[in-house]
Write a protein that binds this ligand. Sequence first.
Ligand SMILES: O=C(O)CCC(=O)C(=O)O
Ligand SMILES: [Fe+2]
Length: 376
Amino acid sequence: MEASTKNMLRDEITDATAAAFAGTTVIPDRYVWSDEIAREGAVVACDEESCKLIPILDMASLLDGSQEEIGKLGSACRGWGFFQLKNHCVDKTVLERVKDNTLEFFKLPLEKKKEVAIVNAEDGFQGFGHHFNTSTGKLDWAESLLLGLQPVEHRNMDIWPTHPPTFREAAERYSMEMTKLTSLLMASMAIDLGVKPETLLETIQGKLQNMVFHHYPPCRHDADKVMGIPSHTDGLCLTVVLELDTTPGLQVKKEGRWFPVRPLPGSFTVFVGDILEVLTNGKYKSVEHRVLVDAERDRVTVATFQDACVAGMVKPLPELGEEARYESIGKLDYTHRQFSFLSSVVMKMYTSSMSLGIVLLHSTILMHYIWTISKC
Ligand SMILES: O=C(O)CCC(=O)C(=O)O
Ligand SMILES: [Fe+2]
């Protein structure tokens, strides 16, 4: 067995995990998905026609106020809950720095990366570690670093890497660029929704911005049997993903089928999150997506998650002037509810295979996570 269950729940990456990622041992069972991947739905072949359906937005045209582009943005968010964004305005030097530092961080020896390892009971999910899938107990074929970037008082500098030495500055500058980009996108969405830009901008101002630096190592033995990230929707408002390479793997679900998303160099991938779906009264849809693993190539991404609420509530924007299709709920209760299914999953895991102590530890981590991400 490559790691203790305790390690799994503490979300730590062990030497044995690193050996599995390096392909020097057989794939441990807890990474192996049998037919679950296929059961999640058929995959559309990534031929020219299907790939042409993937919405690609042009940021420069959005900034010019092009009605056509705003219309495309609206239909991407309504029909797909996702789009790729080219011609963006993010500073190229900032992008290069965050890319270089992220790649350097993941190349460090495990002991160095573990200097910023997750400290579960103390700090929720932040830090370097290992994602696990709560509904199956399976581990993701990935290592990742989760940091709270904004507001500044949300930062836990103990788990901000000091190797490479320029990492912190690169992340900080990138965070500011992401705040700008997110605001510009929300302002364009407001135009599509027919509300004043300030209406949407106010929902994100001063709210949490988290970043996850993901590394999906190749799986040379059997890439079809492991999962980078299983199917999920993003729980906050808006997610912006920077891909550092052209390794495929991301898929989005539409009408029950998975569409592979071909990396588009120089672009971002943007996901509508659950809160944006509520704010827009269901006009925009949060999108199910997942990451599969390549047999040969590493995949590295940086995902930025922007939180939002309306005066402490998660509810449809009153400015839409519509009958609300979602109940109005306090941000803390909303987050509890989002995670309540996890508690039942935890109980299921408990009854099937785990000790009560582990369940309690797991619940503590989840509750702390809820608390951490709910400071809206
Ligand atoms: O790495 C990616 O392409 C997607 C990451 C993602 O979906 C997430 O972090 O929620
Ligand atoms: Fe996601």
